[in-house]
Every structure is written in C-alpha cells, then in structure tokens.
Design a protein around this ligand. Structure first.
Ligand code: AVJ
Length: 324
C-alpha cells in the first residue's frame, strides 16, 4: 500500500521553481560559475543517471550492490527487524529491495525532491513487498523532514546509498548529516541509525573514466542541466557551445565536473544577462572520494558514530553503519 506523496516544492505564479531560479542566478553570478548538482535530476536527468549506473566505467552502483548482496545476514544482525527505513533520495535501484529483504523492516519512507520519480519507484517497491507500508514524501532532505504519522514511535534506519554525500563539500555534508539526524529522530524516542554509501579514493584513471565514459552518457547528463535551465528558467544558453569536462582534484580528493564554453558566449536566464569567455567553465558537480578515516571524521562531525564498515571485494566502495 502506497500513501499519497505530500507536495512541497515552492513555485511562483508562472510555475517556476523558486529554489532552482535562485541557485542558478546566484551561481552564474559568481566569479567561478557554479550550479549545485542537485539540479541535474529532472525527469531526463534522473533517466540519464540510471543509464550511467549501467556503464562499464561507472563502478559505484555495481560495487555497492555487491556489498548489499554479499552481507545480508550481517546487515540483519547489525540493524535488527522492525525499523522504518527512511531512504534519502529514492532511486529506482536494485539496492533498496536488497536492504529491505535483508532486514525485515516495519515501513519504507522514500524521500525525494522529484515527485514523478518518487511515485514511480514507490509503486515498484510496493509491488515487490506487498504488505509493507510505503509512505513517500516529496521533500528536500537537506532540511529536516517531518515524518508521516504512520511511523510515529517506530525506530528509524536512514539509508543514503550511492555516495550522494560525495556531491557536498564537507561543510554542507555535515549540515545535511545533522538534518538527517533531526529527521530520523522526529516523532520517536528510539535511537536512529544511518546506513550510508561512500565511494573510495582510488587510481585517477579509474575515477576519471567513471565520470567521462566512452559513450558520452555522462556528457549528456551534464549538458542536460543547460537544457533544463533553458526550458524551466526561460534561458538562451547555447548548449552546443559547451563541452563536458571531468577532472580529478587530488588536493581535496574529488572529481569535478564542469561545462566549458568552447567560444565566447552571451546568454540570458530569467532576463538576466551572462557572458563567458572561451575556456571559462560552469562547475556543475563535485564527487568527493573517501578513505575509511576521512569518512569516519565526516560522520562524527555530523553527529553520527560509525559502528561498522563493509567493502566490496575490489575495495572500490564502502557502506558504513552509524548511530545517532
Ligand atoms: C549520484 C552523486 C553518486 O557522483 O557518482 C554520476 C552522480 N555524476 N556521474 C556520482 C554522477 C556523474 C553520482 N551520484
């Protein structure tokens, strides 16, 4: 049974998402232009990301799925039955069923900012687990999210797979981890746990290939942001004049994605004019990579105590269980 999602996106009279407009106009006004990676995920962007997860070069999804598949008994043991699984960002992935099958949860609460995608994956999930209450919530999980009354009093397991935390600079990641703590402690006194996926530091060539695949799917994913700006924010960005770039920043252990202007360009977004020189970029994503120590330090700063770590056989990815 799937309950109706609560819609919370703030739109103006002409149907423009205010947060998207603010982030884009502010981001394009900076010296280093930047748009937060969360805006990749409109319907097409979500589909392109699903396509990325199937690419030979993109190992994180397969590595994390392998960890979930190979450690079901250990997860059941560490987490116990009867928790409400609160997933931050509802993928239509194979990972969630693996976790749910392993731990016998009391309910499943997917939280996502994209309502369409949220409902589709909630329906899929519900079909696989008849009898499991599924309560989707359309919300931005960077802020505290009010939990449905259906799971009042139930212990919570937050699930944040995919190394999505890697999109955030440490300051924002810590803020988010603290908000997740608030969300998971809402309407219950039971102690909360968090199961979080983090991608590991590894050879540069492997990392760069994962973000610049031979078929150009990641390039399309990156460029889709510009099409979205043009469509939703009345933009005139000349998309054909931009190229996808993915580079490893070793100093701070992250992959950076940029959109590079291949000639001098000028365009408007919501009637605001912007110019870019040839070679100038819009920074569209960071994907931080972690060691066990850096992951632990980040979690602790966010109010979570790491209690268990699991890795895939090739040491590419880790799932960490932490408690509030
Ligand atoms: C969904 C944030 C985990 O950083 O690996 C994939 C997004 N960007 N290819 C990642 C992404 C380019 C992905 N996350």
């Amino acid at each position: 049974p799937v309950t109706e999602a609560v819609r919370i996106v703030d739109e103006d009279d002409s149907g423009i998402d205010r947060a998207f407009r603010r982030d884009v106009l502010q981001g394009l006004s900076q010296r280093q232009k930047a748009v937060p990676a969360r805006w990749f995920y409109d319907e097409r962007g979500s589909q392109l990301f699903e396509d990325i997860t199937g690419l030979d070069e993109y190992y994180p999804t397969r590595a994390e799925t392998e960890i979930l598949r190979d450690n079901a008994a250990a997860f059941a043991d560490a987490i116990g039955p009867g928790s409400a699984v609160v997933e931050f960002g509802s993928g239509s992935s194979a990972k969630t069923p693996l976790l749910l099958a392993a731990i016998a949860p009391a309910a499943y609460v997917p939280i996502d900012i994209s309502g369409e995608f949220l409902r589709a994956s909630a329906d899929q999930l519900s079909a696989k687990f008849p009898g499991l209450p599924v309560c989707p919530v359309e919300a931005d999980f960077m802020r505290k999210v009010t939990m449905p009354d259906a799971i009042a009093g139930t212990p919570r397991l937050g699930f944040f797979p995919g190394s999505t935390i890697g999109n955030m600079v440490p300051r924002s990641a810590v803020d988010m981890l603290r908000e997740m703590r608030e969300t998971l402690c809402d309407k219950t006194d039971a102690p909360a746990k968090l199961l979080i996926g983090m991608d590991r530091v590894k050879e540069t060539a492997v990392l760069e290939a994962a973000y610049d695949d031979a078929r150009g799917v990641t390039a399309d994913f990156n460029l889709n942001l510009l099409y979205r700006i043009n469509r939703e924010l009345d933009g005139t960005v000349p998309v054909e004049s931009f190229a996808h770039r993915a580079i490893w920043n070793d100093e701070i252990a992250r992959i950076e994605m940029h959109l590079e202007a291949e000639r001098d360009v000028a365009f408007t977004v919501c009637d605001q004019r912007f110019v870019m020189k040839k070679g100038e970029t819009i920074h569209t994503e960071n994907s931080h990579k972690y060691t066990k120590r850096s992951a632990n330090a980040l979690l602790l700063a966010g109010g979570w105590t790491p209690i268990r770590h699991w890795r895939d056989a090739q040491d590419r990815f880790m799932l960490i269980l932490a408690e509030a």
